[in-house]
Design a protein around this ligand. Structure first.
Ligand code: SF4
Length: 350
């Protein structure tokens, strides 16, 4: 099991739930939009928010954002070690350093000493994109990432600084998995998982889910950030879905639906989309499983295994609670009827 590291009040690693991080994408010059994005990320479920600190004035972002959100703020620093020093002094709750672009030992020592005096953690985050060479296979890249991080960690160790998280992100799934697995066998620092530069949206979701899911299902990883070419709140949403799919955390009722086929006589995809929107913002029991099925082939079976289920026939649909048919509905009324049944499910008994 990994050691526990605190980012602000957020405990990462050990027995704590796998945490979700978000990252601001709005340039810092548009401060109102930065604040709006941070609030949206927090509302979606980001438990720590990282922001790029590219120049001196960005170090002020911690104080600005802390007026609007309650989750810890982490500074993402590259190239200039003085920005890390500035970010620590200005109140960031954590710093991310890249060993490939802040590598001077005396500079790293200065950062470690200041971080210790402010009691803030550092993430040592290496990405495959930082290497200026080509790797012929994933194993070679993974091995180089681990070696570089290992060398970097020695600097912190000689400073007696251990409030460290580590990330090893390749743009391909295999190098990411191999690097993190190999690192976790040697060290107990909490691992921050992610597949970097994961590609266009759908490919990114697939790569992230396979890479992060593979590691988490093997017990590796304490925190994750999903990187997608998409708005940042969607990264957090996908992170939640990954954790929920692995039964590691629960954020909302699970909706099960069939993929539809030519047997389906209703616009099931639209029904499911509308139903998901109805669930948003409602505080339903997160452990519920709700099945929405297109026909009687798999419908009653899935509905039976769910807490509430609906299976469509030609014109109407049966609403199930386990093996009991509770009533009948149709395409028009199905959302409202399902919500009513879920609410009844929630109502206290006795
Ligand atoms: S449940 Fe029915 S409609 Fe849905 S995919 Fe299966 S066979 Fe097709």
């Amino acid at each position: 099991m990994s050691r526990v590291v605190k980012i602000g009040n957020l405990k990462v690693g050990g027995n704590n739930p796998v945490r979700i991080k978000g990252m601001i994408k709005t340039p810092s010059a548009h401060i109102k939009k930065v604040i709006a994005e941070a609030r949206k990320l927090e509302k979606e479920g980001a438990e720590a928010i990282r922001v790029a600190v590219r120049e001196d004035k960005d170090t002020k972002l911690a104080a600005v954002l802390k007026k609007h959100i309650d989750v810890p703020i982490v500074a993402d620093v590259h190239f200039h070690y003085k920005l890390a020093l500035g970010a620590i002094k200005e109140g960031f709750d954590g710093i991310r350093l890249n060993p490939l672009n802040i590598s001077d030992e005396s500079q790293v020592r200065k950062i470690a000493r200041l971080a210790r005096s402010f009691n803030i953690p550092i993430r040592v985050g290496i990405n495959s994109g930082g290497f200026k060479k080509e790797f012929t296979h994933s194993k070679a890249l993974a091995s180089d990432m681990v070696k570089r991080v290992q060398r970097y960690l020695k600097i912190f160790q000689t400073e007696g600084f251990f409030d460290i998280m580590v990330s090893l992100k390749g743009a391909d799934v295999l190098s990411t998995v191999i690097a993190n697995e190999s690192f976790s066998k040697k060290f107990d620092y909490p691992l921050h998982l992610g597949v970097t530069a994961s590609g266009p949206f759908l490919e990114g979701v697939v790569k992230s889910s396979i890479g992060i899911g593979n590691l988490l299902s093997g017990g590796v990883g304490s925190v994750l950030r999903v990187s997608l070419a998409a708005p940042s709140f969607l990264e957090v949403r996908v992170a939640k879905y990954i954790l929920q799919a692995l039964n590691l955390r629960r954020f909302e009722p699970e909706v099960i639906c069939c993929p539809t086929c030519s047997r389906c006589q209703v616009n099931l995809i639209n029904i499911v989309d509308r139903f998901k929107k109805e669930l948003e913002g409602r505080d339903f029991d997160k452990s519920l499983r709700i099945a929405i099925m297109g026909c009687v082939v798999n419908g009653p079976g899935e509905a039976y295994q769910a807490d509430i289920g609906v299976a469509f026939g030609e014109k109407k649909a049966a609403i199930f609670k386990k093996d009991k048919i509770l009533g009948w509905t149709d395409e028009k009324r199905v959302i409202a009827d399902l919500i009513k049944e879920v609410e009844k499910q929630e109502a206290p008994t006795g």
